[in-house]
Design a binder for this molecule. Structure first.
Ligand SMILES: [Cu+2]
Length: 292
């Protein structure tokens, strides 16, 4: 009875903690103080990355414990004191077969999900829309080719302007070094193809919650994809050492409902002097996919 009470108290504390964590993550996914694990995953690719990480953690822990136990046993059992006359054995067929075959099996167990995950992250499925990200020293530029080619630059909000920015835009819990003046807006539950390139030097476009990280290379168009299943604001950073302000070109992606996205597109088109979208967007993504 008493044990049950303790158990329920512990679980309610835990649930409260989890609620607090998940509550904040729904609003924004970014690094937190003393964080040890990953940011909460909002794409199936990131969920798979977390699962793969957990599998590897189990394998590496068991391997390390096994080797440690062997070492300690050997040091104890075969010390000069306990074993003054060493054995002259040099070969043991069975033992050699085991220590060759067991690691091979372990590597195969790792390789299968690893290749599956690599392929899943690499091959862009039928995309609903495209966003183009262009790296510059030291900010990102974005274009929406399927929605009339409007674009904008996203610059980091410096510390001195952070408070004013939060006040003007009614944002609480501002993320230092992660907030940008404009943000990438995408619809929830849609496959977004991200085309990534750079104007000057190497950069990399990365969002941990999406499980996305891809190099931005001048003169080359890379592509990746994500399909976020939860509305919210997600933060990333340039992940290729690109110069003195490398640490100050964050990436901010807002995942909104499809209706909110359509409204945002209308607003952006208006600001860019483009007529409102009369038809559904050109199905460029569909055409590209059918050519595969
Ligand atoms: Cu960069």
């Amino acid at each position: 009875m008493r044990f049950n009470k303790i158990l329920s108290a512990v679980s309610s504390i835990w649930a409260g903690l989890a609620c607090g964590l998940i509550g904040t993550s729904a609003l924004a996914s970014s690094p937190t103080p003393w964080q040890k694990g990953f940011q909460p995953a909002v794409t199936t690719v990131m969920e798979d990355i977390v699962d793969f990480h957990d599998l590897l953690l189990v394998i590496i822990t068991l391997t390390t414990i096994f080797v440690l136990v062997l070492l300690i046993y050997t040091m104890w059992r075969f010390s000069a004191k306990r074993n003054p006359v060493p054995s002259k054995t040099t070969h043991h067929a069975m033992l050699e077969m085991v220590w060759t075959i067991v690691p091979v099996i372990i590597l195969v167990v790792i390789a299968v999900p690893s290749f599956k995950l690599l392929y899943k992250a690499d091959v862009v499925p039928k995309a609903d829309m495209t966003v183009k990200a262009i790296g510059n020293q030291w900010y990102w530029q974005y274009e929406y080719p399927d929605h009339g080619k409007f674009g904008f630059a996203a610059n980091m909000i410096p510390d001195a302007e952070l408070a004013k920015f939060g006040k003007d835009n009614n944002i609480k819990n501002l993320k230092r070094l992660l907030e940008t003046d404009t943000e990438v807006v995408v619809p929830v539950n849609s496959t977004i193809r991200v085309q990534v390139t750079a104007n000057d030097v190497l950069h990399a476009w990365a969002i941990p919650a999406f499980g996305v990280k891809i190099d931005a290379v001048p003169g080359r168009l890379n592509q990746t994809w994500f399909n976020a299943n939860k509305e919210g604001t997600y933060y990333g950073q340039c992940s290729e050492l690109c110069g003195v302000n490398h640490g100050f070109m964050p990436i901010k992606v807002k995942v909104v409902s499809k209706a909110a996205f359509a409204a945002w597109v209308t607003e952006q088109r208006k600001a860019a002097g483009l007529p409102p979208m009369t038809t559904k967007r050109r199905d460029v993504a569909k055409l590209n996919n059918s050519a595969r």
